[in-house]
Structure formats: C-alpha cells, structure tokens
Design a protein around this ligand. Structure first.
Ligand SMILES: *[C@@H]1O[C@H](CO)[C@@H](O)[C@H](O)[C@H]1NC(C)=O
Length: 482
C-alpha cells in the first residue's frame, strides 16, 4: 500500500504542468510574471579581476531570482564587455532558471579596456532588437554593471537606448567610478536608476534595492505627477473611474476637490485593467478621506482586490466601532494574512484625514496625518490573483457601497515616497507644522511645509500590539526556491 502510494506521488510529480492557455485565468501576477526583456551589460575589463568577476556573475544570478525565466515572462541576456562587447547569452536562449544560472556561471572573464558606450550601443542595436518574441515584451530593461570610468563616450549610446524605450540602470562598483558618468548612462531620476556598491565583496548589500527597483520597473508602468517629479504608481481615482462615477464635492482645503460615494455608486473594475502586472512587493497606499455619519461606524473595505473566488488578495479595512484599520494581504504559508492596527480614534471623528500604509516585504506601517500609529511584521506575501475585481468602499463581505468622501486614493511603488508624501492637505497638520515653526522667511504656508515635514521626525505613537490572524492553506503552493 505504502509502495503504491509513493509510486502514485512520483507519477504526480512527473506529470507535465498544465498548458498555459488553460491556466491563464488563474495566474498570479507580480514581478515573477512580468513580461520583461532584461539585458545585463557587465564590465569584464582588467581592473575587475577574476574573483570579482565571479562575484558579479553571482550577483546577476541573485537579482534574476525574482523573475520567472521563460518565453512567457522574463527573458535575460548577458553582454560582457571590455574593448569590445561580447554577446554571452542572447535574449530567450535559456528557458528556465536552472539553465540560465548555469549559462551565467559558465561565462569566462574577458579582460581588456573599458568601452562602456560601445557596449550599450551594441545592446541597443543587436540584443534587444533580436528578441525572438519581438514587441511582446512590455518592459525593456538594461542593467549596466561597471567598476571604472569608460574610455569612450557613454552619452550618445545611453540617449539612443532611452529613445528606443529601454530603461537603463547603472550600477557602479568601487571607488574608481565617475558618478557623472553613471548619471548620464542611467534614466532619470538618478536617485532611482543609479546604484553604488563599495566593492564587489559588498555588492550583495544593494541586492534588495536592485530587486525592488527591477520589480517596480516591471509592475508599475504608470507615473503620477507629484510636486515636481513623476512617481511610479497607480492613481486609483482615475484608474477606477471614481471621478466619473461619484459626485464632486469640496475637499479638505479650498484648493482640493473630493468625490462623494453614495449607496448607488459602484466602484468596481477588473483587477487586470488596474494592476495588469499585480502589486509590487513594496508600496505606499495613501488615501485622504472623510468618514461622516454611518461610514464612521461600519466595517468596510476602503480598497480591496478580490480573486475570482472572492478571496481577498489585498485590502484596507476600516472599522469605526473598534477604531481600527486592518491591512490584508496574501501569504506564502496561509490563504490570507491580516494585521489589525488599533489607535485610529481620530480617523473616525468626521473630519478629513490622510491614511497611509507603508507595505514592505516583511513589514507594514500605518500612519494617520503623518504620524506613525503602529508597525507590524508581515509574512512574505505571494503575487496576487488578477482574475477578479478591485473595489472601493464596500461593506466587508458584500457588494454594498458605503458613503464616504474620497479626495486621494493612490498606490506608490517606491516605498521612499512614504517620507515624501506628507499630509499637507490636512488642515490640522498644516496648523501643527506652522505653529511648530513660526517665522520661516514669511513664505506661503504649503510650499515651505512640503520640504519641512519630510524631515520632521515626530516621536512615534504606538498603541499596543497589533493582532495577526490567518487561515491556513494547503501546503505545496509555495514558489520554488532558487
Ligand atoms: C547571492 O545570494 C546568496 C544567497 O542569498 C548569498 O549568500 C550571496 O552572498 C549572494 N551573492 C552575491 C554576490 O550577491
């Protein structure tokens, strides 16, 4: 019997995976399923050295691990360069991670001078354009890893790359690099697209940051104009058509407009249209809203993403009775994980407030009007199902819309936007900041506040420990580790 059972399980393991077409509808979307053409352009000049070159290869393997390597999702190419560029791995040559890892490990070090501009031009002219799947790839990303100053010009080649819609990251390793050169190689802003490592032995320290950035690039195609810069993210008032579905009402300040949702408003859209590539592993959820009357007492999802089977993929739930805010997300070990934050008294007082959640792979922090209310650990989350609907202001577990006024509803992909996104649209915050800094050049309130409050580090208020709950889910659904 035991033997029969193990034969049966081995057979199960050997069965081929279901064809993609059939499973299409049930696919989870996230970084791993982004459709990228990703080209690594790696410095193989003499200054790097054999052992550091091996480290660089391992680093490339590491930062590729969040992607599903296949002709459907991410394809990787590697160009090594010194005096001339050398196509080590063409796009789409290797299907599957194991094969790709082996191929990267097998690259042998060239040695020579550093002609970075030439290598970038080569990637633009011959590598991206030779992708077997043509224009299917949604994102074309180049990562240039170099340890020194280029002996040729990098500006023209980099401009050409951008003109072709290729996003270029520049990774400088060691002290010989010229920052201005990295800045001209990379896309703008350089705070996003230029990375630095002290040397190859510490390059592992910028792994998380590189992975996060590659992931943002893959799943956050849209940009929201904020102050003087464009932030990658999702403007949900527009994406979910709230502007055309709800009535316009005055916002928190004279200069602001908000939207009043009534019981007959239905803000529901297909998740596939809103988050076609899923959610990034880190993001900032920001909403400026006013809860009046019944909405201050009900339990409802301010924002939620449901699967086709009505399972919560992500949600921010408000509960006036318990004065709490609950964040729900997926989990690699359970069906759903929830973190309940207490201490949101003010949110339910009938006035305008800004609610902000900073979501990181292992941590979620909740803010009200710029003050940290609480933070709590998270289990690793899984990519979300995008086959269901994304909704706003729905009573928990129902399709009933709760009456609420919403002025802002955004998801920023860069977690650092949490520091920049201040609650300057909230009157009490403006007042608080002004009174704490009286005579500052006598300029208009809002502008000076913007800069000020990003630096303002108020002591964190915490209110007890958050509660975590979760439903177990069958084992065996974990993603394969590298
Ligand atoms: C690659 O990842 C492994 C496992 O996390 C780590 O031990 C190693 O230091 C990383 N290497 C580089 C060069 O990033």
């Amino acid at each position: 019997m035991l033997l029969l059972w193990s034969v049966w399980s081995v057979t199960l393991l050997l069965l081929p995976p279901p064809p993609l077409e059939a499973a299409e509808d049930d696919v989870r979307a996230g970084c791993s399923t982004a459709v990228n053409d990703l080209v690594y352009i790696v410095d193989g000049s003499w200054s790097v050295g054999f052992s550091d070159f091996d480290t660089a290869k391992q680093w490339l393997i590491n930062i590729s691990s969040q992607f599903d390597i296949s002709s459907h999702y991410t394809q990787v190419a590697v160009v090594q360069y010194s005096d001339t560029p050398w196509l080590e791995i063409p796009l789409g040559k290797h299907q599957g991670a194991a094969e790709l890892i082996q191929a990267i490990r097998g690259i042998s070090y060239l040695g020579g001078n550093t002609q970075t501009g030439r290598a970038i031009k080569f990637a633009v002219d011959h590598v991206f354009s030779a992708s077997q799947r043509g224009s299917v790839a949604k994102n074309h990303i180049a990562v240039v890893v170099t340890d020194g100053k280029s002996q040729d010009d990098v500006v023209d080649a980099s401009m050409e790359a951008r003109a072709q819609g290729i996003t270029v990251f520049a990774v400088g390793v060691g002290s010989e690099i010229t920052t201005s050169e990295l800045i001209s190689i990379a896309n703008k802003p350089s705070s996003t697209y230029v990375l630095n490592a002290e040397d190859y032995t510490t390059i592992d320290r910028i792994r998380d940051s590189m992975e996060q950035k590659l992931c943002e690039e893959s799943v956050c195609p849209t940009r929201i104009p904020v102050a003087s810069r464009d932030e990658k993210g999702f403007e949900l008032l527009v994406g979910l058509n709230i502007e055309s579905k709800a009535e316009k009402v005055p916002g928190s300040l004279l200069s602001e407009t908000a939207f009043a949702l009534s019981a007959s408003t239905d803000v529901t859209e297909n998740t596939r249209d809103i988050f076609p590539e899923g959610l990034p592993p880190s993001y900032v959820f920001v909403s400026t809203l006013r809860l009046k009357g019944a909405s201050a007492k009900l339990t409802f999802d301010l924002w939620r993403v449901l699967s086709k089977d009505q399972e919560v993929q992500a949600a921010v739930t408000l509960a006036g009775r318990s004065r709490s805010v609950t964040f729900s997300t997926t989990s690699v070990t359970e069906k759903e994980q929830r973190v309940a934050f207490k201490g949101f008294q003010d949110l339910y007082d009938g006035k305008w407030h800004q609610l902000k959640l900073l979501v990181r792979p292992r941590l979620v922090a909740a803010f009200l009007d710029d003050e940290l209310i609480q933070e709590a650990p998270l289990d690793p989350a899984e990519p979300i199902y995008i086959n269901g609907e994304t909704q706003v202001a729905k009573k928990r577990g129902t399709d009933v819309t709760v009456e609420v006024e919403i002025q802002k509803l955004r998801l920023y992909c860069d977690p650092h936007q949490s520091d920049r996104e201040t609650a300057c649209e909230i009157y009490s915050v403006v007042r608080r900041s002004v009174s704490s800094e009286p005579n500052r050049g006598g300029r208009g309130g809002r502008l000076q506040l913007r800069g000020r409050s990003t630096r303002a580090a108020r002591p964190a208020r915490t209110h007890g420990f958050p509660r975590r709950e979760g439903k177990r889910r069958p084992a065996g659904t974990r993603r394969e580790a590298w």
